[in-house]
Design a protein around this ligand. Structure first.
Ligand code: NDP
Length: 287
């Protein structure tokens, strides 16, 4: 009997299995493409011949496949759900809250425990003290698996009994990251066009990190409490700055899709009468 099974050995699943091995756990692994297990087997993992054998090998199975469709393809293969009875499945593949709740229903129907997680980290960060993984599902099952899961992520955070909560938080964070990644790419084009170092731009953003942490907390509280009327920075000000990015793109002859999109949202909020309010009041036109 091994202590933990890892199903899915892509970039992330391999990092999870490697972290368990580093922590001294007995690990069973399975992946559709067996060759990806070679290094892990050399490091002490046991490769199971089938997903059902992998599940049967340990009291808990961690799944980290491409998505929920791949997860269902694996779990609905011969004997896998039956092998899960009395065990715990921790789904760490990314999905929607509905997919998480639906899979929780499938797994609990065969008398297995289910936890759903969202990994907010890159594979090289797995096992780190500050690494963040959100988990949700029944509290007693979380408590039983918490020591194991904390070996993957020192920042492991429990979000409550709703199986969809971790996927929902992941989606909220991903929304932020999407805007950030586009913003950095456009900022890099500005730097390139103006002869600035793009690596220097990256350093400038890193130096801003504490202020951005403050802004994140501030916007969360302002939006949750609808406290838009005491602004340090108004929609008018931010909207004017972003409109200037469109003119700047024209001056520099660079792509303007991102500033145009951003400026149009801010303009709609200003036209709706929120210009004198906090910049977080942008949320009002999305509600
Ligand atoms: P990879 O593309 O590296 O690996 C995908 C895995 O899914 C492989 O094990 C692949 O098997 C398997 N797979 C895909 N389709 C099927 C199928 N139909 N049947 C069986 N197995 C299948 O992805 P990652 O490891 O990077 O990502 C895995 C999960 O982790 C995703 O949900 C991702 O969102 C999440 N994640 C990843 C992060 C990252 O930085 N990489 C960060 C945060 C979350 P095979 O090897 O045979 O192709």
């Amino acid at each position: 009997m091994s202590e933990v099974t890892v199903i899915g050995l892509g970039e992330m699943g391999s990092a999870l299995a490697a972290a368990f091995l580093r922590a001294g756990r007995k690990v069973t692994v399975w992946n559709r493409t067996r060759a990806k297990a070679t290094a892990l087997v050399e490091a002490g993992a046991v490769f199971a011949d089938s997903p059902a054998a992998a599940v049967a090998a340990s009291p808990v199975a961690i799944v980290c496949l491409l998505d929920y469709a791949a997860t269902r393809a694996v779990l609905e293969a011969d004997g896998v759900l039956a092998a899960l009875a009395g065990r715990t499945l921790v789904q760490l593949s990314t999905g929607t809250p509905k997919e998480a709740r639906d899979l929780a229903a499938t797994v609990t129907a065969v008398d297995a425990g289910y936890l759903d997680g969202g990994i907010l980290a890159w594979p090289s960060h797995i096992g780190g003290d500050a690494t963040l993984i959100y988990v949700s599902g029944p509290k007693n099952i979380y408590d039983a698996q918490e020591p194991l899961l904390r070996q993957l992520a020192g920042g492991l955070t429990y979000l409550g009994a709703d199986s969809g909560a971790a996927a929902a938080m992941f989606a909220s964070v991903l929304s932020y990251l999407a805007g950030r990644w586009i913003g950095i790419s456009h900022g890099a084009r500005i730097a390139e066009a103006e002869g600035l170092s793009v690596a220097g731009f990256g350093e400038a953003l890193a130096a801003l990190a504490p202020a951005l942490a403050w802004d994140s907390r501030h916007m969360g509280v302002v939006i949750e409490t609808n406290a838009f009327t005491n602004p340090e920075s108004t929609l008018n000000t931010a909207g004017g700055d972003i409109a200037r990015l469109v003119r700047h793109a024209a001056d520099s002859g660079i792509n303007d899709e991102w500033p145009r999109f951003a400026a149009s949202l801010f303009q709609r909020a200003i036209a709706a009468g929120y210009g004198a309010e906090e910049h977080a009041a942008l949320v009002k036109i999305l509600r």
